[in-house]
Ligand binder design. Sequence first.
Ligand code: ATP
Ligand code: MG
Length: 431
Amino acid sequence: MMEILYVRIFGRYAGVLGVAGSVRAPEDWRFEYDAAYLAYEQAVALSVSLPLQSAPFEGAVVRNWFGNLLPEGMIREAICARLKLPVWDDFALLGAIGGECAGAVSLSADFDAGGGDALASQALEAELLQSGWRGSAAEMALVGTPRRLSLAGAQDKIAVVVHADGVIRMPATGELTTHILKPDSHRLPGLRDLEALGLTLARALGLPVAHAELRTVAGEKALLVARYDRAVGPTGDPVRLHQEDFCQALGHPSEQKYEVQGGPSLAACANLIRFQLRLGPLAIRQFLDWVIYNILIGNADAHAKNLALLTPQDGRRQLAPFYDLVPTIAVPERYVDRVPAMNVGQAKAIDQVGYRDWEALATSTGYKLPFVRARLRQMAEEIHHHLPDVVTSLVNDGAERTLLDSASDAIAKNVARAVACFESSARTAKK
Ligand SMILES: Nc1ncnc2c1ncn2[C@@H]1O[C@H](COP(=O)(O)OP(=O)(O)OP(=O)(O)O)[C@@H](O)[C@H]1O
Ligand SMILES: [Mg+2]
């Protein structure tokens, strides 16, 4: 027997996702676009890996794409324990929490309704204060579970609605969320301050990046990030933009988000942007900026689920603004690996990328080395210029001074080293 979920994109019924049998093996998955959706002139494909076609898709390509919408790691375990679902059962989890996902996609076991109970909107802080903040590792995700909210990633988070007066609300059933709220990490206190630093510094440099601010919610520090996949529609209400991350676009499961696990490489991402999708010079430049910025701030966690494609309803794909930018070199190495999430040449650590690695990076991703060097130098200067003010403003907003000062030192050292490796190679070349 085939179990099914109805798939909507931009609120429009687009097709049926099905799985046969109880084992949920990748080969048992199936997705078929609806004929009426295919006939719709503004139909947008769910994914590069699931283009518009009448023949059904079967197997891992289907399971991988939909599974990538779900939370990972301990957050997923907590949600599955709460819902009494087997932790490996992607399909059941999509049915339970896939009402509001990343991008314009929404899944439901009912054709008409959003699925689950109809819940009214509610102020998040009041709910947390009333029901008690246990500070568990998946506190926010569990609050979002009955509202059928699903976001990928290993960190706790909830999709919320933020009012013009600044009040953060949990959405009513079927309501579009506008922001993502991430409380501080249980395992690594201060991680949200570091993410705020990565995102705010990127903004100061003029890079395209999700807007983020530190907030105190129910007495706990959290990072509030504006959703770049939501926009204000013609009637003033929020509308969806579609997105998919690079694991989804390239057909990898979330278990392969790191290159070492068999996941996408920088060359594969560049190839998709340049040749397969032909996104054009702006996107090609934006991708290079993403790579250089992550190396300069020492983010070893810039994996393929931390880079996305954004598709408005007109179907014109672009590279999404940057998100989840964390200078992980500021976290003790025993907690977070320094090995780059996607290989940069032969570099063993994100703070050891040398001249030969930059050379290999340029070659494998199709950029001229002098262009890479010029952009790196410019970004290095801008980081040097903006870092102190960004740290001060974040400390004023509640970030921990000691942590940000040490992160700032680590970033400055890493940036200086990157610039120096080009200069010493130029001196060697002149000799
Ligand atoms: N500002 C945003 N707007 C829209 N979607 C976003 C935004 N930030 C993140 N996302 C989506 O949510 C997913 C998870 O977010 P994020 O990467 O911040 O979580 P995380 O748990 O910190 O990730 P990781 O597992 O890499 O640590 C992303 O892969 C992306 O699809
Ligand atoms: Mg992430």
